[in-house]
Design a protein around this ligand. Structure first.
Ligand SMILES: Cc1ncc(COP(=O)(O)O)c(C=O)c1O
Length: 515
């Protein structure tokens, strides 16, 4: 047993034996959603290749203390980074012999960092524009909004069609103005997995002399393989003349451990404003291609090992397996009365919504979780209904046959339970309250009413105790409620600005130090 003194502190008076500490970490991890086994449809990307985790972990450990701060001190990292950039460039229509022979790039920590840097490079290429703007389809990843927020760039949002879930290229073209420094599009979008009309959008951007970034963070490593397998993937990479930069995350469908994305530019001149260099201080001269200065070599080495081990043939095989899993899941959705696919799957996402008010999708998500399927609810937005998102990876394939019956069963249970019945006053409050009017007392009251922010549960693990269990498989206990449908229903009733404020407040309640 861990006593009160050593159990609750990250810094115990006396250091603990390694085995004990590892047992604590294992006990904490037991409360997490399962990262393997093909039942978690978000956050993780699992190829289910035996030995791959061990390989990546060994490569990670061997380079964890290497510092990407100075590539001249650690040429191993530079070599691995350059190899990864080359592989990504080739996969995405660049490199020797292609229409984009001069593609260069950087390894970043993730998709968000890649997008922030694409926006920074575009902004800093135009110091003469005092109030820079970016044109972004509403379906683009939220990281563009984050980039704009961090970099003080304004966003011109282009609506997407409720039918195609894509922006019209003409609307994108019309949104480009004299202060536009970047036009964004997705290949594919995260929420629905559809590929934007990249060629038309990039053409409009090029005609206006503006950069065009293709966010292929999610699907950039699979779309080329799906195309080779015969899928009708529209042009989205450097083969499209107006595309100036592309991001692709290796910690998604290249199946590398977290912490690696690649940002590619068509040539070095386009990349130049991405760098930050500083020599006007008494310390070491600094030049950073990415946001972080000190960077662990661990994720880059792990990605390098993963990509080399799986190889082109491995990725092709995994894409075929994933494609078949997507088809099977989509069939399972089609077979259930009351569900409808938001879009015919064209990449590795299955996204569906409910066709009648008697079926509450947020209740369904909880019912699926109770059956061991962890899906991702998406709130309603503009004229798009709420939906359920499934990111499909190769590990899902062996589970597909079990999904259909469980989905039908969960739908029946959700119908029987009925929609979340939030009190009418609460719903009225959610739809009328402004973010500014939200007081800490109101938030605390809401959180308590929804079962959020109870005593922190998993901060003092006892490795000798049984793994913290979930009563219904939906939440780890502690500060989260067992069922999330009421929280999602409340958020769904609120406008985006209030949702954002509520999310910040709720997460703030979870982030409390353990003393
Ligand atoms: C299309 C797209 N862009 C950007 C991101 C952000 O990536 P990250 O979570 O690695 O920062 C994601 C993540 O899912 C994504 O799907």
């Amino acid at each position: 047993m861990i006593d009160e003194e050593t159990g609750r502190r990250a810094l115990p008076g006396n250091g603990l034996p390694a085995e004990r500490v590892l047992a604590e970490v294992r006990a904490l991890r037991a409360a997490d959603r399962p990262t393997h086994g093909g039942r978690l449809f978000a956050y993780v990307y699992d190829p289910a290749v035996p030995g791959l985790d061990e390989l990546a972990a060994a490569a990670h450990a061997g380079s964890a203390h290497v510092n990407g701060l100075d590539p001249t001190a650690f040429p191993s990292l530079l070599a691995m980074e350059n190899a990864l950039v080359g592989a990504a460039a080739r996969l995405l229509g660049g490199g020797p012999g292609s229409a984009a022979p001069d593609v260069v790039g950087s390894v970043t920590s993730g998709g968000t960092e890649s997008l922030i840097l694409a926006v920074k490079a575009a902004r800093d290429a135009h110091p003469e524009i005092a109030a820079p703007r970016i044109v972004v389809p509403a379906s683009a990843h939220a990281a563009f909004a984050k980039a704009a927020h961090y970099l003080r760039v304004a966003v011109d949002l282009v609506p997407v069609s409720a039918r195609t879930l894509r922006p019209a290229a003409a609307d994108v073209a019309a949104a480009i103005g004299p202060e536009t420094v970047l036009v964004a599009c997705s290949a594919p979008s995260y929420a629905h997995g559809v590929v934007d009309p990249v060629a038309e959008i990039a053409g409009a951007a090029a005609a206006a002399g503006v950069r065009c970034h293709v966010d292929a963070c999610f699907g950039g490593w699979t779309l080329p393989y799906l195309r080779r397998l015969g899928a009708d993937v529209p042009p989205f990479d450097f083969a499209v003349a107006g595309v100036t930069s592309i991001s692709v995350d290796l910690h998604k469908y290249a199946y590398a451990p977290k912490g690696v994305s690649v940002l590619l530019h068509r040539d070095a001149a386009l990349r130049a404003p991405q760098y930050f260099a500083y020599a006007d201080w008494p310390g070491y001269t600094m030049v950073n291609p990415v946001i972080a200065s000190t960077r662990s070599g661990g994720p880059i080495a792990a990605a390098y090992a993963t990509v080399r081990h799986l190889g082109d043939d491995g990725y092709l095989r995994l894409a075929a397996t994933t494609r078949d899993a997507v088809a099977g899941l989509a069939d399972a959705v089609r077979a259930v009365d009351g569900l409808r696919l938001m879009a015919e799957p064209e990449s590795t996402v299955v996204c569906f919504t409910a066709t009648d008010a008697g079926l509450d999708l947020f209740v369904l998500v909880d019912e699926l979780a109770a059956r061991g399927w962890h899906t991702q609810p998406q709130l309603s937005y503009a004229d798009l209904p709420p939906s359920v998102h499934l990111t499909v990876t190769a590990a899902v394939a062996p589970r597909v046959a079990e999904f259909g019956p469980d989905l039908a069963d969960a739908v029946a249970a959700a119908r029987a339970a009925g929609p979340v019945g939030l009190p009418a006053e609460l719903l009225a409050l959610a739809s009328t309250l402004t973010a500014d009017a939200l007081t800490p007392e109101l938030v605390a009251g809401l959180a308590a009413g929804l079962g959020l922010g109870g005593p922190a549960g998993a901060t003092a693990p006892d490795p000798d105790a049984a793994a913290p269990g979930r009563s219904d498989g939906t939440a780890p206990g502690g500060p989260l409620p067992g069922r999330m449908a009421p929280v999602n229903a409340l958020l769904d009733a609120a406008p985006p600005a209030l949702r954002e404020r509520l999310l910040v407040e709720f997460v703030g309640l979870l982030q409390r130090p353990t003393y």
